[in-house]
Design a protein around this ligand. Structure first.
Ligand code: IZC
Ligand code: ZN
Length: 422
């Protein structure tokens, strides 16, 4: 049977097929039919795969991975926060900037002021950067509106963008990101408002699949977070928690208690919290770019988590305050040097394990028959090279649903523009 797309002669194919241990095929091929992976193998592709219409990509000297899954981003927002840099350099902590009405709340003001179209235009530029750097699926949180209209505006923007460009978007409602100024000193009132007005609307209109909350000292306490998660659970959302980012606060334990899909950050997660997550099957989403950006020199205990049996995903946390980058390749280097993970562990954390963190493990995240043909070809002979030679873009081609959407070297931007300007 002839294939639609055939990638041949690849120096290394990182399949990320689970539980095989045999994750890397040296000198092999990937065959794609009808937008799905048909086969990946060693050596030469079967002759019958080549038909008159087959697009053949010679990947000699190159590395192939599944499309990268960025399982934690704050994609849709207005403005930027480079004005916080002098404060950060002056030693002002992230949480103190927020308490002074800056941080998340400054982005909330910019997001409320922006039209849906303005937010979409900005987010679309970010999606383009993500795609150019190899990301084919992204999770996107709301949480910079906090009021009804702006939260809905942001979630609608993400939903519309999903069908207007190649990157798949999976949305989370994160009204529990901060207490908005109109509810200052009245967290309970804000939680009632979310529970009664926003969550039911988001559920009814299918504007998000997950619900997330920032459980952190100075934001939402574990008790308040429990309340918000309970409302999410009652409305059928998958649950996520920003847990133990800055201080140990019982967030990992809470994720286990609720059987959350994932707990994120976890820089300060306790031993008990890690054990509980392992038992409950909660995926840890680690964000080493944020760990770097917080300037505390502290990273999540990834090795301890892996040894305890916790599945780890790694994401950008793309947001305007604590990790303003769309580039997962840069995050690979932070993950390696900050958490001492191997390049193979990192690629799995950004593909199949990222897919687990957004409940897409059956459709994406590995190169195996029947999964979506989302693939990245890097101009790099192996994965160590991608992590080692940092700060540049190694992507040669990106394949999304079986179609080449980013094409090599200097043509990169031009090709991708075709998709973004349709
Ligand atoms: O805008 O600061 N950590 N939320 C929780 C963020 C970072 C995003 C931000
Ligand atoms: Zn976040």
């Amino acid at each position: 049977m002839s294939m639609d797309l055939l990638i041949i002669n690849a120096a290394n194919i990182v399949t990320c097929v689970e539980q095989t241990g045999e994750n890397i095929i040296e000198k092999g091929y990937v065959a794609v039919k009808d937008g799905l992976i048909y086969e990946a193998g060693k050596g030469e592709a079967p002759k019958e795969f080549v038909g008159a219409e087959t697009i053949i990509v010679d990947a000699t000297g190159k590395t192939v991975t599944p499309g990268l899954v960025d399982a934690h981003t704050h994609l849709v927002h207005g403005g930027s926060r480079e004005n916080e840099l002098p404060m950060k350099l002056g030693g002002v902590a992230y949480i103190d900037i927020l308490k002074a009405g800056g941080g998340i709340l400054s982005t909330v003001r910019n997001t409320r002021d922006a039209s849906k179209q303005e937010l979409k235009t900005k987010a679309k530029q970010s999606l383009k950067q993500m795609l150019i750097h190899g990301t084919t699926t992204v999770e996107a949180k709301s949480g910079y509106g906090l009021d009804f209209d702006t939260e809905i505006k942001c979630l609608e923007a993400a939903k519309e963008l999903n069908s207007e460009q190649p990157v798949d978007i999976v949305s989370s409602y994160m009204g529990g990101h901060a207490v908005p100024p109109e509810y200052k000193g009245n967290t309970e009132g804000y939680m009632d408002f979310m529970a009664q007005k926003v969550v039911p609307y988001v559920a009814e209109h299918k504007l998000a699949e997950f619900l997330d909350v920032f459980c952190e000292e100075g934001v939402f306490t574990p008790e308040e977070s429990r309340n918000i998660l309970q409302v999410g659970k009652e409305h059928g959302f998958g649950l996520k928690i920003h847990a133990d980012e800055i201080v140990p606060y019982g967030g990992a334990e809470l994720a286990a208690e609720f059987g959350a899909v994932s707990a994120e950050h976890l820089l300060a997660a306790s031993d008990e919290g890690i054990e509980a997550m392992a038992k409950a099957g909660v995926t840890a989403v680690l964000l080493p770019g944020t760990a770097f950006y917080l300037m505390t020199g502290k990273f999540a205990r990834a090795r301890k988590m892996i040894e305890s049996g916790v599945r780890i995903a790694i994401a950008t946390d793309y947001n305007p305050g604590s990790c303003p980058t769309e580039n997962l390749q840069s995050i690979m280097t932070f993950a390696c040097f900050g958490m001492k993970l191997t390049p193979e562990e990192i690629i799995k954390a950004m593909t199949i394990n990222g897919a687990y963190a957004i409940k897409r493990e059956k459709e994406i995240g590995s190169i195996e028959k029947g999964k979506k043909a989302d693939l990245v070809i890097y101009d790099a002979p192996n994965i160590n090279y991608i992590v080692y030679h940092f700060g540049i873009n190694h992507v040669d081609k990106v394949v999304k649903d079986g179609k080449i959407v980013v094409d090599n070297g200097h043509e990169k931007e031009k090709c991708v523009d075709e998709f973004f300007n349709r």
